[in-house]
Design a protein around this ligand. Structure first.
Ligand code: ZN
Ligand code: ZN
Ligand code: ZN
Length: 128
């Protein structure tokens, strides 16, 4: 029930736009080593090890993914598709249950900004 209301509400939000400015060719980009924000190891996109990009520290992640933020500030609508920003464990507040239990790729979390946002349903803000 909570979800249903939340989705209706969320349609009113001004969708954020994603600016993609390719500065490297795809081939160069795939070959380039990128450091995982959590373990600091270097991977190339070609290896398929990097499965996220943190919306907080803006680093690529191969591990330490907390999940996608469920809040309105991290929800991006592009071509009628809904994307949610991924966050790493280091960047999210450790005070709410959603950020401590059941975390990982494909799970939901809540960033500080969305935790402070009135539009985020209280159900997600339950503290430990
Ligand atoms: Zn981060
Ligand atoms: Zn890593
Ligand atoms: Zn957020």
């Amino acid at each position: 029930m909570m979800n249903c209301c939340y989705h209706k509400q969320s349609l009113k939000y001004e969708p954020k736009k994603i600016d993609v400015e390719p500065t490297l060719s795809t081939e160069q980009f795939l070959e380039e080593g990128l450091k995982c924000g959590t373990c600091k190891e270097v991977f190339t996109l070609k290896e398929g090890q990097l499965s996220g990009y943190c919306g907080g520290c803006e680093q690529f992640l191969h591990c330490g993914i907390a999940g996608s933020c469920i809040g309105p500030n991290c929800t991006i609508v592009n071509n009628k598709q809904i994307y949610r920003l991924t966050w790493c464990i280091a960047c999210i507040p450790k005070t709410v249950i959603i950020n401590l239990e059941d975390i990982g790729p494909g799970k939901y979390c809540l960033c500080q900004e969305c935790l402070d946002d009135d539009r985020t349903p209280n159900a997600y803000k339950r503290k430990i």
